[in-house]
Design a protein around this ligand. Structure first.
Ligand SMILES: C[S@@+](CC[C@H](N)C(=O)[O-])C[C@H]1O[C@@H](n2cnc3c(N)ncnc32)[C@H](O)[C@@H]1O
Length: 210
């Protein structure tokens, strides 16, 4: 790999420049002590939401709404984003970001609750896109639920899939790294999924349900 890779990497992550709505959502995230998706991940989410023409999307881990605003930007005008988070302060900040983004209130369904409790209540094969960016120990359960929720052709997106470059080093056995390695294996070995890992941000694992 060329020595200029890290320069190219920083360049790619900073494309394109973010608008004021995303910048303010990032500020609110940092005030709440949250780590929102990177600039590169936000841009990728917008592209994936637009390219998939998703009408129904689910997000686990709303935070202060950076990823939600990015998804809403790419989703069609009639699409609905269901976003789940147990923290009411995070949801309040996210609602502010969604409002500022100009998205009509009926395009977002914010659910206060834990992914483990809410996902099992959602309908089978009713969603075009599922994005996971919440508590890492639950990622394997979220993947199982996502496969159930997705329609055929639906897209699963998992954030932080490389766990800050630790997943590729088998000597690292931290709990979060082990979980994310397990999630990667689960997805690669699932014959109902086509998958690819993008190194964007801290790793974006994509899978399409056949
Ligand atoms: C990294 S932040 C999400 C950032 C957000 N996706 C963004 O880019 O703005 C992780 C979020 O997961 C939420 N969370 C923690 N445990 C959760 C659970 N069991 N179910 C759903 N969300 C959870 C936290 O409250 C936090 O808001």
């Amino acid at each position: 790999m060329s020595a200029d890779k890290s320069t190219s990497w920083s360049y790619a992550e900073a494309q394109p420049a973010e608008n004021d709505v995303l910048r303010r959502a990032r500020e609110r995230s940092h005030e709440l002590g949250l780590f929102p998706v990177s600039q590169g991940v936000a841009a990728t989410l917008t592209v994936l939401a637009a390219a998939s023409k998703a009408q129904t999307a689910v997000e686990v881990g709303t935070g202060a709404g950076v990823s939600g605003v990015a998804l809403l930007r790419g989703l069609g005008p009639k699409a609905v984003l269901t976003t789940i988070d147990p923290d009411v302060d995070h949801l309040k900040a996210a609602r502010e970001a969604f409002l500022e983004s100009g998205s009509p209130a009926n395009r977002t369904r914010t659910i206060s609750g834990r992914g483990q409790d809410v996902l099992p209540r959602l309908t089978d094969a009713a969603y075009d896109l599922v994005f996971i960016d919440a508590d890492k120990p639950s990622f394997p359960d979220y993947v199982l639920q996502a496969v159930r929720l997705l329609k055929s052709g639906g897209l699963l997106i998992i954030n932080d899939a490389l766990d800050k470059d630790r997943v590729s080093d088998p000597a690292i056995r931290d709990a979060s790294t082990v979980v994310l390695r397990e999630v990667g294996k689960m997805i690669r070995e699932n014959e109902d999924l086509f998958s690819a890992m993008l190194p964007t941000g801290d790793g974006l694992l994509l899978a399409v349900k056949r």
